[in-house]
Design a protein around this ligand. Structure first.
Ligand code: SF4
Length: 331
């Protein structure tokens, strides 16, 4: 893959949680597969970040990384267009994290919303420095943009702030990255909370069609609609949110009949079941294919890692030089 053509660079990352679910697909992956056509993409499986939540039980990490890479490819990320790689295989992430950590105060980090939310459970030095590592992830590739949800806005602000500080103290070295907000559909899980593997309210991409149907049957619906004939409010229903993604014209096909009561929740769920399974079938088929050739998936990660390391080392040479901590003679 050549980078001769002038395109902007995007860095995106996801913690290795194993196989992905519909919330990940619609909340991030679909967006990434579109962006890869217009930007140089670096898609990082951020295993070092995952250590901040659990640094003891590391044995399952390898399989989680593998399953995530399989889903990245199944969903349409193209290794010809984007580097898919494992964060810890590019040691420059850790190096830039350390250098950036000199430029920020502890009180600034303790004010970060994610730290405030989880500090009772995760009070390690590593967790406190998580946003600094995230800033390093972004700046290491001199990324122009980072596709994020609104909840991550503050972290991108920090990356921009660290890039500015570095440029001011030493020498202009980094671009100042910008958040790339895209409209992503709201996807809720079976219990009407954000779809999440840890809440077990999700629809995994590797579910069979039968498992998908069973999970949909268990979904929360408008509690005022107890039976067919009762009027419902689709805007209060996670099934309708999924129809908005997977059913053509749901405003006319689903919402009016929900409101009048003509459509019962079971029938509504089964309509969604057909459309959702139709949409996921190509991804699932690709998944099965990829699982027959594990070495291909590891090769994609190795090639992506090589490409990421080259770009990262080029950047680190500039960083060390700007800081005047580059002591070896150039060959
Ligand atoms: S009919 Fe459909 S949209 Fe309406 S409440 Fe039931 S499941 Fe939700």
């Amino acid at each position: 893959m050549s980078e001769v053509i002038k395109k902007q660079t995007i860095l995106s990352g996801m913690q290795p949680t194993g196989s992905l679910h519909v919330g990940n697909l619609e909340g991030a992956l679909r967006n990434w597969t579109n962006l890869q056509n217009d930007y140089w993409m670096y898609c990082c499986i951020v295993d070092l970040h995952a250590l901040t939540a659990d640094f003891k039980n590391t044995k399952p990490m390898k399989d989680k990384i593998f399953q995530m890479a399989v889903d990245f490819l199944s969903a349409g990320l193209d290794p010809e267009k984007c580097a898919i790689f494992i964060q810890s295989e590019v040691p420059q992430h850790a190096e830039l994290h350390l250098l950036f950590s000199m430029l920020i105060t502890v009180p600034t980090l303790t004010r970060m919303p994610t730290y405030q939310e989880k500090k009772e459970k995760l009070d390690s030095y590593g967790f406190l420095g998580y946003p600094v590592l995230q800033a390093a992830d972004i700046c290491l590739y001199n990324a122009d943009k980072v596709p994020v949800g609104k909840d991550q806005e503050k972290h991108i602000w920090l990356a921009k702030d660290l890039a500015q500080r570095f440029n001011t103290i030493y020498k202009k070295t980094f671009k100042e990255p910008e958040a790339l907000f895209t409209t992503i559909p709201l996807i809720l899980g079976s219990d009407n909370r954000k779809m999440s593997k840890s809440l077990d309210n999700h629809i995994p991409l590797d579910f069979t069609e039968k498992q998908t149907e069973k999970r949909l049957r268990s979904f929360y619906t408008d509690p005022n609609k107890q039976r067919k004939g009762d009027p419902g409010n689709p805007e209060k229903c996670p099934i309708y949110l999924l129809h908005k993604v997977y059913t053509d014209n749901p405003e006319n096909e689903i919402a009016p009949e929900c409101k009048t009561g003509a459509l019962g929740c079971v029938d509504c769920k089964m309509k969604l079941n057909v459309n959702l399974n139709d949409a996921l079938r190509p991804i699932r088929d690709k998944r099965v294919e990829l699982l027959k050739d594990e070495s291909y998936v590891w090769d994609v990660l190795a090639t992506g890692g090589e490409r990421a390391r080259q770009r990262a080392e080029n950047m680190m040479e500039k960083v060390r030089s700007s800081m005047k901590i580059s002591y070896r003679k150039k060959k």
